[in-house]
Design a protein around this ligand. Structure first.
Ligand code: SAM
Length: 358
């Protein structure tokens, strides 16, 4: 596990001092063994409820064994579906959130984050954890975060902090020297996000933030191999049109396409993209119709309600370069379902793989 640097007690206590009097629920979604929640409990005692999760099963077991009064869950803070099924995380719910997240992940250098008004932005891993944690903060709540100090000045996180400053009052409360943490060379900062005094944060519509995030999306992997087309083809008035990755170019032209037996159809609406082959902007194509089409096994279909199809297609087209970097393979590039799911989660969707049947 990377970045498992638990917060020392003195620092946990200092962070908890930054929460307001009267805090009645505290969440930590990278809780480790619970150093921050323990400090919170030392201050607020039974006047507050404590909710913690972590991706590390051993840490979760230990925290659960030591704190039977807390709600503790195993959950991945970067996965929408994992958070939704967690007992410890729920949207817009907590008075206080504390977080000492990993500063990096999977060797990855950056994350995509969907934020209201700005659309999809790129940010550092630490900010990606923070952004998902903050979705659980109730309007009017306070968050105290331990972050690498460079996130506050880095070009990469500038857009996210601009968004955060619009929503909360952001104050840097403490900064550490480079070696104050055993084994960590980075300088760190304790940052507090509290309600803006002008009340703008409350007006910034948490409902909108929520509705723009965590929307269900079905991933369909096409199943008709192009070389077996002959076996399934039917006359021009029957069946459903067959769509191969080479047909993905701007507008989807259905007329004159080969047609295959109806049982191979997948109902729309769908955003289509190649599973195999180079991804370019124009290869992200929209099928707004509910009528079924048969997808070649080189194509992915993403099903969302019709009013979200264009939003999704635009979001993907705007990120075509980034997405093409997720295709692997030494010969023809291809995208796996798990990488596609991961990417869609980063963009704020809640993806699930479903069968291709209509
Ligand atoms: C820097 S430690 C902080 C732990 C604890 N909050 C503390 O202050 O002592 C980061 C924690 O994040 C957890 N973590 C790493 N990736 C995670 C993820 N994707 N979702 C949830 N927790 C994660 C690690 O297991 C680790 O316990």
């Amino acid at each position: 596990m990377i970045d498992v640097h638990y917060t020392p007690n003195w620092l946990a206590k200092a962070m908890i001092e930054l929460l307001p009097e009267g805090t009645s629920s505290v969440g930590d979604f990278c809780m480790g063994e619970g150093a921050l929640l323990e400090a919170a409990e030392a201050r607020f005692g039974q006047a507050a409820a404590y909710f913690g999760s972590d991706i590390d099963a051993r840490a979760v077991r230990r925290a659960r064994a030591a704190h039977s009064n807390w709600v503790v869950s195993l959950a991945d803070l970067l996965s929408v579906s994992s958070l939704k099924s967690s007992r410890a995380w729920s949207p817009d719910s907590f008075d206080a959130i504390v977080l000492n997240p990993p500063f990096s992940y999977r060797g990855g250098s950056g994350a995509l984050i969907a934020v209201p008004a700005l659309g999809t932005i790129r940010a550092s891993p630490a900010v990606a954890y923070v952004d998902n944690a903050l979705r659980a903060l109730a309007p009017g709540g306070t968050a105290v975060l331990l972050l690498p100090a460079n996130t506050l000045s880095s070009e990469r996180d500038r857009a996210w902090w601009a968004y955060a400053r619009g929503r909360w009052s952001v104050t840097v409360e403490l900064t550490s020297g480079p070696r104050d943490f055993p084994g960590v060379v980075a300088r760190m900062a304790v940052v507090r996000l509290s309600p803006r005094l002008d009340g703008v944060a409350l007006a910034s519509d948490p409902m909108q933030a929520e509705s723009a995030w965590g929307r269900p999306l079905s991933i369909v992997r096409g199943r008709v191999p192009v070389h077996s087309l002959g076996r399934f083809s039917v006359g021009s008035d029957d069946g459903v049109p067959f769509v191969h990755s080479t047909d993905l170019r701007g507008d989807l032209q259905i007329h004159g396409r080969p047609r295959v037996v109806a049982r191979l159809g997948t109902r729309g609406p769908l955003v289509l993209l190649p599973r195999v082959g180079a991804l370019k902007q124009e290869k992200i194509v929209v099928w707004v119709d509910a009528a079924p089409i048969a997808l070649s096994d080189c194509v992915f279909g993403l099903r969302v309600p019709v009013e979200q199809v264009v939003i999704l297609a635009k979001q993907l087209r705007d990120r075509a370069d980034l997405i093409s970097g997720r295709y692997g393979g030494s010969c023809a590039p291809y995208l796996t379902i798990s990488r596609l799911s991961e990417l869609l989660s980063e963009l704020g969707w809640d993806p699930a793989h479903v069968g291709a049947q209509a």
